[in-house]
Design a protein around this ligand. Structure first.
Ligand code: PEP
Ligand code: MG
Length: 588
């Protein structure tokens, strides 16, 4: 009889609950460094083509290493020297070395694809180094592997995608998932996620909520014992991950999951009823989306429009930037899909925790404060004008608004207006069909300086959308994606609320619409306060619309306004939380 594997012990780990629901499934450990290497035979007639592909990947690697060399030269003292030696060694390995000749030989002799040839050659070299049992050479073996991975990534280029061919019910466990990684998850296959790093307002958390995937982030010990194939529960309500649960606990979680899903089905019945308070105030509930594929769930949730389309997700997971036609096609599909409901398209917001390799931008020392969002768009006018042209053309197919992220000064929004005028003139000359009137141009209020200067911005724009995720991050100087300071992140801090109130009042004075599209818009805990502050347009992950709607229908606006007034007289965030939670307790 084969030996019976001992049952792995149950392990309960705690982290931050960032996306509701309970997922029960099988662990897939995601190693962001790993590259899956495709292996296939090539016909004799394709050998030359394979060698050319390999040569191009080596060229790219040489450029990458040269860029790293430039950066290394700017480092201080010993670090610069150490890294310099390593990069010199890389350059040597990339220039007609044993590695390069070996790979070419394998493509020719074994008639295999370049990726597989690189992997086999690297394995052989590493094996030789490791056999010498010398600690210096063992270190070099790791460098050779690293270089091999780089060449394979270059070869795989656009077509390389993690999370392919996973079985249904997979739960991804990782040190960290980037927003770009999360955008690749297929919710029909992946049941949930848990990571060691990441804050509750990171774009990874936001994506998990949009996709309706239960998620727990900031789980310190997550990867110590978890193995691919283990059974795992991700409890997105209580911030718990249970590895190899006992039969009893598993059964309890199955019951909780069924109950949660039943609650969601009941809420779904609210789809066609209006979001209106008991005393008759209508509230517009819109959806935030990252991917055009989310439109179906947005409609199913009963959203009145898209209040935020994060266009930067079109730029992720690729080595180039999408051109005007490609962006136009995506925007048009969303606008047509929304069947006459307004779609608010935000121009590129790359930077912070969102990266797009195809733009060739190396993050600066502090990416959240660097060349992010509108700053990047204005520094690279071709990017901005391409986007504006794509949006204008798509806007001919349905009501559209243009939203500009991270504006801090009046000059920035004026520069975007000027770019829009240029693009309109160009398209008009080319006799392109444009919407009439042109889409309104709005400003995200998410930098404290913009909130304080909201009056001037209101005169230079046609609507506001308050991005409380960044507004809280920048007001309190707390990185929204860093789990080590997540407990300090608090949108109920009186300074944040003051900025929201100030922005809403400036919008009212200038008679322009104002919405909130940060994550607090989708959390019923904040609904009464936002309504009481005069905000009647909320944009959120589609999955949150039913629960926020249900809550609005139980509220009284006059009472919420009085509560908001009392809140704004407080100086203590703890007291504010008591007032907010005491006014309209949210059932858990
Ligand atoms: C925000 O900052 O609140 C916002 C909605 O934008 P993002 O989360 O994409 O930065
Ligand atoms: Mg933002």
């Amino acid at each position: 009889m084969p030996p019976v594997a001992p049952c792995a012990a149950e392990q309960v780990l705690n982290g931050m609950a960032v996306s509701r629901g309970i997922a029960i499934g099988t662990v897939h450990r995601h190693d962001s460094e790993a590259v899956s290497v495709p292996e296939y035979r090539v016909a004799p007639s394709r050998v030359a083509e394979e060698k050319t592909r390999f040569a191009a990947a080596i060229d790219t690697a040489q450029q990458q290493v040269a860029q790293m060399r430039d950066k290394a030269a700017r480092l201080e003292g010993a670090a610069s020297e150490e890294l310099g030696y390593l990069l010199d060694a890389y350059q040597q390995m990339l220039h007609g070395s044993r590695l390069v000749r070996g790979v070419e030989g394998r493509i020719e002799a074994d008639r295999i694809n370049a990726e597989a040839a690189v992997q086999r050659e690297i394995d052989t070299i590493v094996h030789v180094f490791e056999a010498m049992e010398d600690s210096y050479l063992a270190g070099r073996a790791a460098d050779v592997r690293d270089l091999g991975r780089r060449i394979i990534r270059n070869l795989a280029g656009k077509s390389w995608r993690p999370f392919q061919s996973l079985p249904k019910g997979t739960i991804i466990l990782a040190e960290e998932l980037t927003p770009a990684d999360t955008a690749l998850l297929d919710p029909k296959v992946v049941a949930g996620i848990a990571t060691v790093l990441g804050g509750a307002e990171s774009h990874t958390a936001i994506m998990a909520r949009s996709l309706g995937l239960p998620a727990v982030l900031g789980v310190a010990d997550l990867l110590r014992q978890a193995r691919t194939g283990d059974t795992v529960v991700v409890d997105g309500r209580n911030g718990r991950v249970v590895l190899n649960p006992t039969a009893d606990l598993l059964a309890a979680y199955r019951r909780m999951r069924a109950e949660y899903l039943r609650g969601r089905r009941l809420l779904a019945r609210l789809r066609d009823v209006p979001a209106v308070t008991r005393d008759g105030q209508r509230v517009a509930l819109e959806a935030n989306i990252e991917l055009p594929s989310e439109v179906a769930s947005v409609l199913a949730a009963g959203a009145e429009g898209i209040g935020l389309l994060r266009s930067e997700f079109l730029f992720m997971n690729r080595d180039d930037a999408p051109g005007e036609d490609e962006q136009f096609d995506s925007f048009k599909a969303v606008i047509q899909g929304m069947q006459g409901r307004t779609v608010t398209i935000r121009t590129l917001d790359i930077g912070g925790d969102k990266l797009a390799h195809g733009l060739g931008i190396t993050p600066g020392p502090n990416p959240s404060l660097g060349l992010r969002a509108v700053r990047l768009s204005l520094a690279r006018p071709e990017l901005l004008e391409t986007q504006l042209a794509a949006i204008l053309r798509a806007a001919a197919f349905g009501p559209t608004r243009i939203l500009v992220p991270m504006v801090a000064t009046v000059e920035e929004i004026q520069a975007v207006h000027a770019a829009l005028d240029r693009v309109v003139r160009r398209l008009t000359r080319a006799r392109v069909r444009l919407p009439d009137p042109l889409p309104p141009l709005g400003v995200m209020i998410e930098v404290p300086g913009a909130a304080l200067g909201a009056d001037a911005l209101a005169w230079n724009s046609q609507f506001f959308s308050i991005g409380t995720n960044d507004l809280t991050q920048y007001t309190l100087a707390i990185d929204r994606a860093d789990e080590t300071v997540a407990s300090l992140y608090n949108p109920l801090h009186p300074a944040v609320l003051r900025l929201i109130q100030f922005t809403a009042e400036a919008a009212r004075r200038a008679r322009i619409p104002v919405a909130v599209c940060g994550e607090i818009a989708g959390d019923p805990r904040y609904t009464a306060l936002l309504l009481g502050l005069g905000i009647h347009d909320l944009s959120m992950s589609a999955t949150n619309i039913p629960v926020v709607k249900q809550h609005i229908r139980s509220l009284d606006l006059a009472a919420a306004t009085r509560m908001a007034r009392t809140v704004m007289e407080q100086s203590d965030a703890g007291r504010i939380a008591e007032l907010v939670d005491g006014f309209s307790p949210i059932p858990t």
